[in-house]
Design a protein. Structure first.
Length: 102
């Protein structure tokens, strides 16, 4: 079963082997590429650009720098959870305010 590809602009490789071959070639050129399976059933490549350059934690009061892995936005799992919780509370507040006016 194949689903619609969320990144149709990317080259699709039918097998992991094909994708890995390109990854190996890119490593030789010191490009940081990685193959990943797509819901569409094919394999795509993603460049890990920016990984390694430190980033500030996305959780409000925390200003810790960390190295993002796979697009992580928070310095720790605990802060990811807290930020998530904060967003949910804000949304709930918004919803109840909406209900009052409506
Ligand atoms: Zn795809
Ligand atoms: Zn943090």
């Amino acid at each position: 079963m194949t689903r619609r590809c969320p990144t149709p602009g990317k080259i699709a490789y039918e097998t992991r082997e094909q994708a890995d071959k390109v990854v190996n070639a890119s490593l030789a050129m010191s490009l940081r590429m990685r193959a990943y399976p797509c819901p569409c059933g094919a394999y795509h490549l993603t460049s890990k650009q920016g990984a390694g350059s430190p980033r500030v934690c996305g959780y409000g009061p925390c200003e810790r720098l960390f190295s993002p892995i796979d697009g992580a936005r928070y310095c720790s799992r605990a802060h990811a959870r807290k930020a998530h919780e904060k967003r949910r509370l804000a949304r709930r507040k918004e919803e109840s305010a909406w209900r009052k006016t409506g």
